[in-house]
Design a protein around this ligand. Structure first.
Ligand code: 5GP
Length: 262
């Protein structure tokens, strides 16, 4: 059943996804769009098949994280573009984990893109689109009550654990996890408030570079006009072992990898 087609109430529409009311209280349906927006929202476009691939990639990664005991909002995939998720009270903070200098970090600190960082670095941004999501410190977060200090400790611990796990997972398929963005929310579980991973994990919010060639396999292909954007997302899915020919992307059955490998 396609929940979108059943005229469920639209709760929220973001750059890459739409949230609809779910079939039961406490659930939502997360719909993945093909819309692409570059950082800073200056460039917009469509990447055919991206939503289908991100739905599958995020399903796979959230499921692996669930298996190692990281609580996530993911419940199950419903169809090509939709997944059932738990409704959370979203914490208005974006957590960015960085392993290699790139993007806004390289620019801000005058570092050459690709410089390995001495250790993983975590940054916080306030989720406020009209302010362009400004970087904030733990002080801002706790002083303004966006999260309690013990919640922030849990967010940090989970983020580091997710970074370690995903870095290893991606390295195993020849991809370097350069950096990525996470979002968390609160969930009441038998009178206990839990911090739960929300949003998605996909090439839309992770920088992934081929270990051998340093080729970019993520949203930067769109932002930087590198071309072959859908092919890059397909290649990530293929290496994760979740691209079954012909059943993921409606746009193309040609799954020749972006760097020429089959
Ligand atoms: P940067 O700060 O270098 O632009 O981004 C760091 C990392 O976080 C990148 O992997 C980027 O994809 C992700 N990221 C940062 N902000 C956003 C955002 O607003 N949306 C998405 N999808 N990803 C973001």
């Amino acid at each position: 059943m396609n929940f979108r087609m059943s005229r469920r109430r639209r709760i929220f529409e973001g750059k890459g996804k739409v949230l609809f009311e779910g079939p039961e209280p406490g659930t939502l349906v997360q719909y993945f769009k093909d819309d692409a927006v570059a950082a800073g929202s200056l460039k917009r476009g469509t990447v055919t098949g991206k939503g289908v691939l991100n739905n599958r990639i995020s399903e796979y990664l959230m499921s692996r994280l669930n298996e190692i005991g990281v609580p996530t909002h993911f419940m199950r995939r419903l169809n090509m573009r939709e997944q059932l998720i738990r409704q959370l009270e979203i914490i208005p903070i974006e957590v960015v984990m960085r392993n290699v200098a790139a993007g806004s970090f390289a620019k801000r600190l005058g570092l050459t893109e690709g410089t390995q960082l001495p250790r993983s670095i975590v940054e916080f941004y306030y989720k406020k689109a009209d302010l362009d999501n400004p970087m904030v410190s733990e002080e801002h977060i706790t002083a303004f009550g966006w999260a309690h200090p013990h919640e922030l400790d849990e967010i940090m611990a989970l983020s580091l654990r997710i970074n370690d796990y995903l870095s290893g997972l991606f390295l195993g398929i020849g991809l370097r996890l350069v950096d990525f963005k996470l979002e968390f929310g609160r969930l009441w579980d038998n009178d206990e408030l839990r911090i739960v991973l929300a949003d998605e994990i996909s090439p839309d919010n992770c920088r992934l570079w081929d270990v051998r060639t340093n080729e970019k396999m993520d949203r930067d292909r769109f932002s930087e006009d590198l071309g072959r954007v859908e092919e890059a997302y397909q290649e990530v899915a293929r290496r994760l072992g979740i691209l079954l020919e012909g059943n993921v992307s409606g746009a193309s059955n040609n799954i020749t990898s972006i760097n020429g490998r089959k």
